[in-house]
Design a binder for this molecule. Sequence first.
Ligand code: KG4
Ligand code: ZN
Length: 338
Amino acid sequence: MLVLGIETTCDETACAVVKSGNHILSNIIASQIGLHKDYGGVYPELASRSHVDNFIPVLKESLKEACITAQDINLIAVSKAPGLIGSITIGLNAAKALSLAWNIPYVGVNHVEAHLYAAMMHVNPTFPAIGVVLSGGHTFIVKINALGSYEMLGTTVDDAIGESFDKVALMLDLPYPGGPEIEKLASQGDPLKYSFKAGFVKNNPLHFSFSGIKTNVLYAVKGDNANKHSPTILPEEEKKHLAASFQHCVFMDVIRKTLKACDLHGCKTIFLGGGVTQSQTIKNLFKKQLPPHIQVHYPKKGLSLDNAAMIAGLGYHLYQKNPISDPLDMQAAPRMPI
Ligand code: KG4
Ligand code: ZN
């Protein structure tokens, strides 16, 4: 079965063709990073308009690269939530229109569930397992009982992890998106120079809180009377130590909580997904901390950041379980629990 995946939840317009859930024939992504750079984050209205401009060229490219025509597609899978409502609506309406025009079914997919699926896509997953999503908009730990069956164990009570990287990058005068920039700068710094502490949330040891450490970085950059507009007092040389210490503290917090979740729920397998898993640093740190009886899986190259291959792959499994097309009045949603 050939599935066309469509992803437009944030600032990437993406289409992919995937065979039988995991054989990727094409995975095309039009990034809008250049468009949002000056704003230090995604400007929602610009993102929606850009999806409209990019969609048809990206769709055509995905079919061309897969060496197929529209008649070969059997199913359309599209991100229906969570994300920017205007952006999602562009992709969702396109999926509905193509479903009608090509007379094939379409299914809506939860974007964050697809981030987790990206880590399972190329292995034979065993359950129960611990799933962790680390992205620009989401940070949570779930117990995965089966594909489609999740128990929420912990989530962030303030910023998402990628968001905190993007905000700290702004403080250090680094461009958006901040994660890769911080990783680059941190590679020259001392991760233990600053003793930061990630937030501990009293009622749930598996919850995350990143806003405190973000404020600590702000004080280190701007001094005790810091606010966003006060001048930077930090010598340039010091920025690399700050980046390294911030990154180390946040990643160690994720690793400790993930391993604690394995312990508490008797799981020996971890699936990590989302844009932050693009970081080689978190993979290296995890490797060092991992007990021999636990296995950790990441998305393959090109599947960590937002993409449509993960949407097509998960859509395939949803349709296998329940082979009916979603109704044409299905609505996009800015929030949706996994
Ligand atoms: O999953 P994603 O593409 O978008 C959402 O669904 O939110 O994730 C994007 C996020 C951005 O916040 C970006 O800064 C972060 O992933 N990111 C990283 C790295 N590469 C991307 N964060 C830390 N280290 C990285 N190397
Ligand atoms: Zn995402």
